[in-house]
Structures are given as C-alpha cells and as structure tokens.
Design a protein around this ligand. Structure first.
Ligand code: COA
Length: 376
C-alpha cells in the first residue's frame, strides 16, 4: 500500500479531468469558450453564449430564436415561491436568497429531481432562465417593493434591468450588462464549477449541483470582488489623489482591490473589454470621474507593481453606472456563471466518475476510549 502522498493543498495545478468547455492561458492572456476567443464571443448575446456552452455549438438563427423563446417561457417563478421569499429575503444577502430559492424550487417540482442527460439539460436551462427573476425579486422584496413579473419580449439582460426597476432601460445599458454576463459566463475549473461537478458526480440532481455552486461562489475568495474593487475606487476620491492613495497602501503592504489574478499574470482579456464598455457607459451617463480614477489607478499599478486590473475592477464601474446596488455583485456573477455551471455538470455526467480524493491523515491512531461518566 502506498504510504507517501504528494499533497497539493487547494488542488493547485492538479488536473482532475479533461474538458472541452473552456481554455485559458494566464501568461498570454488568452480565454476561449469552446474554442472561440473571448474577444469574438463578447460580440454575441448572453443567450447565444449560454447556448454555446450548454449545447456545445453556436446556435443558428432559428435555434437561437427557439432558445430565447424557451428562456422567456421559463423565467416565471410561482407565487408559492415568491411567498416564501417574502419570509427570508429581508435581512439576508442576495446570494443567500438565491441559494435558498434554488433549493426551494426543487421542493415544488418532482421533475427537477430526474437525472438523465436530457433532464440535466432541461432543468439547467430552466434555472438559467429563472436566476435573474429570483435576484430581481430579492432586490424588490428587501426594499419593501413588489416583485415585477418578467417582460415577455425583452432579452435576458434587458429583462433583468426591467425587473429591477419596473421600466425599460436604454439600449447601451442593456448591452453593457449583457456583455458583462458573457464575460462572467465561464472560467474553467474554478471553485464553484468544481463544486457543481463534485455534486453531479454523485448522480445528484441539477438543482442540488447549482445550489452547491451558488454556496461556493458566496465565499469572499471567489465572489464579491467587484464590491471590494468599488470601495477602493470610491476611497481614491479624485484622479489627482490616486497616486498618493496607492503609494500609502503599498507602503503598508496592503492590496489594491480589483488588481491581480491567480491565473492571469498579464492583462485579463475580460477586463480589457469591460474597460471599453465602462468608458462608453460613463460617457453616456455624463459622469467619467470614477472611470478616470480607475484608469489612473491601472496606470500606476502597472508601472509600480506590474499588476493588472482583473474583470471585477471595471465591472464595479459598470454596476455603479447602471445604478445596481454593489452588494448584488455576487448574485449577478451567479446569473452569468450558471451557463458555465450547467455546461460542466452535463460534461461531468456524460463521462462520470465519482469525485472522491484522498486525505493524508495526521491525527492520533491509538486513543484510549473513556466512557462519558469517567471523562474528566
Ligand atoms: N495589490 C497589491 N499587490 C498585489 C495585489 C494587489 N491587488 N495582488 C497581488 N499583489 C502582490 C502581492 O502583494 C505579492 O507581492 P509580494 O510577492 O511582494 O509579496 C504578489 O503580488 C503576489 O501576490 P499573491 O497574492 O501571492 O498572488 P495570487 O496569485 O496568490 O493572488 C489574488 C491573486 C487575486 C488573490 C490577489 O491578486 C489579490 O488579493 N487581489 C486583490 C483582490 C481581488 O481583486 N480579487 C479578485 C480576483 S478576480
């Protein structure tokens, strides 16, 4: 029997499966979804990208129309679920509300517990459709407002903004959020995706797997970075103050939020795309102050530390300009990432092996049992 183990804490650099969903090269700044470069795929709509990830190929026009119709039809959540949400939404965070609602949805529909490949696809797409409805209903309920029913004609991102506000937003706002969804839709074997795959590997159902994904995304080492990045940008206050702010932080060995990435050691290609969109949106909204501060910070960080902004840095400016509460950053991440989760769940199921790693036991081996009444 093997007695020595090569322990890889955090599974860093451990390859656990083959995958055809996503390729990333952090040294060269390359990200591909199913072989397509992120710079090209960012021109597609979220629905197209969701179809690509889940079905494995780009949809033709008719296939896309059908997929959009399906998503629109399945956006609604039942009054029973909304009634439950009134109970737990005030006083909790958006990501907790989302996690609880995905679980609750499974309790109300026996079909969601089926686990064939087709069932996984069907149930996964149903959740892709419902995520924006759940997050928007949470936001309305916690502010003491009534949830707004999905709009039957609007696309995914535009409908989300509509359900938050109760009115249609301009095209640039909808397009910017749509692209933000595309850029967050998939990113390889990150912690939440791995959690989804572990759950599916036990032959559990899609709702359980997505609940695992949401619960894992909730942790501050994974979701929540856009909010932190915004607090940093906000603290910089003024373009002229940025240099002093950063120097003071670096002198104290503190991190500048929104910079650096475990995988990307050059410019994160998603950040480059969002930077452009943040610029256009800020210009349109007539307030470029935060964008200018962000660009100053970027220039200083690259010059001083050779550390680049990550996707969340410019996302935070986009959310601010869209008037989206910054603490919705993790639920919005989930709205986008669920297509990647479903794609990975299906891939895991199609070539499954129970994921069950080993541990190296370092505890005692000869403890003497003392009955409760004699224990001191
Ligand atoms: N600000 C200042 N310095 C940073 C930095 C940042 N945002 N990110 C990394 N560094 C520095 C570290 O201080 C360290 O310097 P040292 O070698 O002199 O000690 C070096 O770069 C390596 O950092 P490390 O934290 O070990 O890199 P990592 O690859 O493990 O971490 C992150 C990646 C994302 C955890 C890290 O960059 C970070 O904490 N960033 C800020 C939080 C953030 O934006 N998270 C969202 C990620 S999508």
């Amino acid at each position: 029997m093997k007695t020595t183990f090569d322990i890889k804490k955090g599974l860093e650099d451990v390859v656990v499966a083959e995958s055809k969903v996503c390729f990333l090269d952090g040294l060269k700044g390359i990200l591909l979804y199913r072989g397509y470069r992120i710079e090209d795929i960012a021109k597609a709509s979220y629905e197209e990208v969701s179809y690509l990830l889940i079905h494995g190929k780009l949809p033709k026009k008719k296939e896309l129309e059908k997929y959009k119709r399906e998503l629109r039809k399945r956006r609604y959540i039942s009054p029973r679920i909304i009634k439950l949400m009134y109970d737990y939404c005030p006083g909790t965070t958006g990501i907790e509300a989302l996690r609880t609602t995905v679980s609750a949805l499974a309790c109300h529909d026996p079909d969601v517990l089926k686990v064939s490949l087709d069932d996984h696809k069907k149930n996964g797409v149903g959740l892709v459709a419902k995520f924006p409805t759940i997050v928007a209903a949470y936001e309305r309920i916690r502010k003491g407002k009534r949830p707004i029913k999905p709009h039957p004609k609007l696309d995914h991102a535009a409908n989300f903004l509509y359900m938050l506000r109760g009115k249609k937003l301009d095209e640039l706002s909808a397009k910017t959020l749509d692209t933000d969804f595309v850029l967050h839709a998939e990113h390889g074997f990150n912690a939440s995706t791995f959690a989804v795959r572990v759950t599916i590997s036990t032959l559990s159902d899609m709702h359980s797997a997505i609940t695992s994904g949401v619960g894992t995304l909730k942790g501050p080492l994974h979701g929540g970075a856009a909010r932190e990045a915004w607090f940093g940008i906000h603290d910089m206050k003024d373009p002229d103050y940025v240099e002093r702010y950063i120097e003071a932080k670096l002198a104290k060995h503190q991190k500048i939020m929104g910079f650096g990435h475990r995988v990307y050691k050059t410019y994160d290609p998603r950040a480059r795309i969002l930077k452009k969109m943040a610029f256009e949106l800020s210009k349109k909204k007539g307030n470029s102050r935060w964008y200018n501060i962000a660009v100053n910070a970027e220039n200083i960080m690259i010059k001083e530390k050779n550390i680049y902004p990550n996707v969340d840095f410019y996302s935070s400016i986009v959310y601010h300009n869209l008037n989206i509460p910054l603490d919705l950053d993790t639920p919005i991440f989930a709205i986008a990432r669920i297509s990647g989760w479903v794609a990975h769940a299906i891939e895991q199921y199609a070539d499954n092996k129970l994921i069950r790693p080993r541990e190296f036991y370092t505890g005692p081996k000869s403890m003497r049992f003392i009955p409760l009444e004699k224990r001191k």
